[in-house]
Design a protein around this ligand. Structure first.
Ligand SMILES: [Zn+2]
Length: 125
């Protein structure tokens, strides 16, 4: 059987930098920081290989980066909704904390509406 994965895996391993402190044990590479494996055995189509994997600290770093990216996407989405929904810039400063108390009835209704909307969103999410 032709080994299609071999060249791909070899190229990927060349791109992986060996970090200072990394060490070999039992034929596997380990992270010098967290002490977890950076390689694992993989069998596919009768071919056995050692492939690179993320150690615990690299996986945590990647997860944190992914979460930061998702949060940035969420902030950008909310910002675009605000920009499209409140096209009059003066309305963007209309917040409960900026209320001058001149129309208590309208503010009370607005607070009830916001509280109700938040509760509905909590149920959906
Ligand atoms: Zn690590």
């Amino acid at each position: 059987m032709m080994d299609y994965l071999g060249p791909i895996i070899a190229a990927a391993e060349k791109s992986i930098v060996r970090e200072p402190g990394d060490y070999e044990e039992d034929g596997m590479r380990y992270c010098g920081k967290c002490g977890t494996k950076k390689q694992k055995d993989l069998s596919s189509c009768g071919i056995h290989r050692k492939v690179m994997i993320l150690c615990k600290c690299a996986a945590e770093k990647r997860n944190a980066e992914d979460e930061a990216w998702r949060e940035e996407q969420r902030r950008m989405y909310i910002s675009s909704l605000r920009a499209n929904g409140l096209q009059d810039r003066a309305m963007r400063d209309m917040r409960f904390e900026n209320d001058d108390g001149s129309n208590r009835d309208a503010i009370d209704k607005a607070r009830r509406y916001v509280t109700s909307s938040k509760q509905k969103n909590d149920i959906v999410n």
